[in-house]
Design a protein around this ligand. Structure first.
Ligand SMILES: [Zn+2]
Length: 159
Protein backbone atom coordinates (compact mmCIF):
# COMPACT_ATOMS: atom_id res chain seq x y z
CA UNK A 1 0.00 0.00 0.00
CA UNK A 2 1.09 3.55 -0.54
CA UNK A 3 0.09 7.04 0.46
CA UNK A 4 -0.77 8.86 -2.75
CA UNK A 5 -0.38 12.55 -3.45
CA UNK A 6 -3.66 14.39 -2.98
CA UNK A 7 -4.36 16.71 -5.88
CA UNK A 8 -5.35 20.22 -4.88
CA UNK A 9 -7.52 22.81 -6.56
CA UNK A 10 -7.12 23.93 -9.40
CA UNK A 11 -5.69 20.60 -10.65
CA UNK A 12 -7.79 19.82 -13.77
CA UNK A 13 -8.30 16.17 -12.70
CA UNK A 14 -10.64 17.51 -9.99
CA UNK A 15 -12.94 18.89 -12.69
CA UNK A 16 -13.14 15.68 -14.73
CA UNK A 17 -16.23 13.53 -14.69
CA UNK A 18 -14.89 10.21 -13.40
CA UNK A 19 -15.45 7.03 -15.42
CA UNK A 20 -17.48 4.06 -14.24
CA UNK A 21 -15.44 1.12 -13.00
CA UNK A 22 -16.05 -1.98 -15.11
CA UNK A 23 -13.28 -4.26 -13.79
CA UNK A 24 -13.48 -4.36 -10.00
CA UNK A 25 -10.42 -6.62 -9.70
CA UNK A 26 -8.25 -3.98 -11.38
CA UNK A 27 -9.00 -1.31 -8.75
CA UNK A 28 -8.24 -3.28 -5.56
CA UNK A 29 -4.76 -1.83 -5.21
CA UNK A 30 -6.07 1.69 -5.83
CA UNK A 31 -8.71 1.22 -3.11
CA UNK A 32 -6.04 0.06 -0.62
CA UNK A 33 -3.93 3.10 -1.47
CA UNK A 34 -6.92 5.43 -1.17
CA UNK A 35 -7.73 4.07 2.31
CA UNK A 36 -4.10 4.54 3.35
CA UNK A 37 -4.05 8.07 1.91
CA UNK A 38 -7.31 8.94 3.71
CA UNK A 39 -5.93 7.62 7.00
CA UNK A 40 -2.66 9.51 6.62
CA UNK A 41 -4.32 12.81 5.67
CA UNK A 42 -6.37 12.35 7.92
CA UNK A 43 -9.76 12.95 6.37
CA UNK A 44 -13.37 11.81 6.33
CA UNK A 45 -13.61 10.97 2.66
CA UNK A 46 -11.66 10.70 -0.54
CA UNK A 47 -12.68 10.29 -4.17
CA UNK A 48 -10.39 8.59 -6.69
CA UNK A 49 -9.96 11.71 -8.82
CA UNK A 50 -8.42 13.43 -5.78
CA UNK A 51 -5.46 11.05 -6.15
CA UNK A 52 -5.32 11.51 -9.92
CA UNK A 53 -7.42 8.48 -10.95
CA UNK A 54 -10.63 9.63 -12.66
CA UNK A 55 -12.65 6.54 -11.71
CA UNK A 56 -15.93 6.32 -9.80
CA UNK A 57 -14.61 5.15 -6.42
CA UNK A 58 -15.02 6.79 -3.01
CA UNK A 59 -13.81 5.86 0.47
CA UNK A 60 -15.28 7.30 3.67
CA UNK A 61 -14.32 6.89 7.30
CA UNK A 62 -16.51 8.58 9.88
CA UNK A 63 -14.46 9.59 12.97
CA UNK A 64 -14.84 7.15 15.91
CA UNK A 65 -15.89 4.38 13.53
CA UNK A 66 -13.56 1.58 12.57
CA UNK A 67 -14.95 0.61 9.22
CA UNK A 68 -14.11 2.30 5.99
CA UNK A 69 -16.98 2.52 3.54
CA UNK A 70 -15.83 1.87 -0.01
CA UNK A 71 -18.29 2.50 -2.80
CA UNK A 72 -17.71 1.82 -6.47
CA UNK A 73 -19.95 3.54 -9.04
CA UNK A 74 -22.01 5.18 -6.27
CA UNK A 75 -25.21 7.02 -7.14
CA UNK A 76 -27.54 9.12 -5.05
CA UNK A 77 -31.04 7.75 -5.63
CA UNK A 78 -32.93 10.00 -3.23
CA UNK A 79 -32.27 13.11 -1.13
CA UNK A 80 -34.54 14.70 1.42
CA UNK A 81 -34.45 17.91 3.44
CA UNK A 82 -31.82 20.60 3.69
CA UNK A 83 -29.41 21.67 6.39
CA UNK A 84 -26.48 24.04 6.74
CA UNK A 85 -23.12 22.38 7.36
CA UNK A 86 -19.50 23.42 7.67
CA UNK A 87 -17.52 21.74 4.97
CA UNK A 88 -13.90 21.37 4.00
CA UNK A 89 -12.00 19.31 1.45
CA UNK A 90 -8.57 17.67 1.34
CA UNK A 91 -8.13 19.20 -2.11
CA UNK A 92 -8.73 22.72 -0.75
CA UNK A 93 -6.49 22.65 2.34
CA UNK A 94 -6.79 25.35 4.97
CA UNK A 95 -10.33 26.46 4.19
CA UNK A 96 -13.91 25.69 5.03
CA UNK A 97 -17.30 27.21 4.30
CA UNK A 98 -20.91 26.85 5.30
CA UNK A 99 -23.01 25.30 2.57
CA UNK A 100 -26.36 23.54 2.22
CA UNK A 101 -26.52 19.75 2.08
CA UNK A 102 -29.38 17.25 2.31
CA UNK A 103 -30.70 15.97 5.61
CA UNK A 104 -30.66 12.42 4.38
CA UNK A 105 -29.65 10.56 1.25
CA UNK A 106 -30.13 7.12 -0.18
CA UNK A 107 -27.18 5.83 -2.12
CA UNK A 108 -26.53 2.74 -4.15
CA UNK A 109 -23.28 1.34 -5.46
CA UNK A 110 -21.02 -1.67 -5.16
CA UNK A 111 -18.61 -2.59 -2.41
CA UNK A 112 -15.01 -3.56 -3.19
CA UNK A 113 -16.08 -7.15 -3.81
CA UNK A 114 -18.65 -6.09 -6.37
CA UNK A 115 -21.63 -6.70 -4.14
CA UNK A 116 -24.57 -4.33 -4.57
CA UNK A 117 -24.90 -1.98 -1.59
CA UNK A 118 -27.79 0.30 -0.67
CA UNK A 119 -27.32 2.79 2.11
CA UNK A 120 -29.53 5.33 3.81
CA UNK A 121 -27.52 8.01 5.58
CA UNK A 122 -27.98 11.12 7.69
CA UNK A 123 -25.68 13.64 9.36
CA UNK A 124 -21.96 13.46 8.60
CA UNK A 125 -22.25 10.30 6.49
CA UNK A 126 -24.92 11.87 4.26
CA UNK A 127 -22.75 14.98 3.90
CA UNK A 128 -19.66 12.92 3.08
CA UNK A 129 -21.53 10.83 0.50
CA UNK A 130 -22.81 13.96 -1.25
CA UNK A 131 -19.37 15.59 -1.10
CA UNK A 132 -17.50 12.58 -2.49
CA UNK A 133 -20.06 11.78 -5.19
CA UNK A 134 -19.85 15.46 -6.24
CA UNK A 135 -16.09 14.94 -6.71
CA UNK A 136 -16.82 12.13 -9.18
CA UNK A 137 -18.86 14.63 -11.19
CA UNK A 138 -16.14 17.29 -11.11
CA UNK A 139 -17.93 19.38 -8.49
CA UNK A 140 -16.19 20.99 -5.48
CA UNK A 141 -18.00 22.36 -2.44
CA UNK A 142 -16.74 25.87 -3.25
CA UNK A 143 -19.04 25.76 -6.29
CA UNK A 144 -21.95 26.21 -3.87
CA UNK A 145 -20.75 29.46 -2.34
CA UNK A 146 -21.57 32.85 -3.83
CA UNK A 147 -18.21 34.56 -3.37
CA UNK A 148 -14.77 33.97 -1.92
CA UNK A 149 -15.53 35.97 1.25
CA UNK A 150 -17.56 32.99 2.43
CA UNK A 151 -14.41 30.85 2.53
CA UNK A 152 -13.07 30.73 6.06
CA UNK A 153 -9.53 29.79 7.02
CA UNK A 154 -9.34 26.80 9.33
CA UNK A 155 -7.26 27.15 12.47
CA UNK A 156 -5.13 24.10 11.57
CA UNK A 157 -3.51 26.29 8.97
CA UNK A 158 -0.03 27.20 10.22
CA UNK A 159 1.68 28.61 7.14
ZN1 LIG B 1 -13.31 16.85 -1.12
Amino acid sequence: MAVLRIRTNPDPVLRKKAKRVTDIESVQRLIDDMVETLTAAPGVGLAANQVGAPLRIIVIRIPEEEDVITLINPEIVEKTGERCVMEGCLSIPGYQAEITRSESVKVRGRDRHGKLVRKKATELLAQALEHEIDHLNGILYIDYIQDKDELLRTDEETE
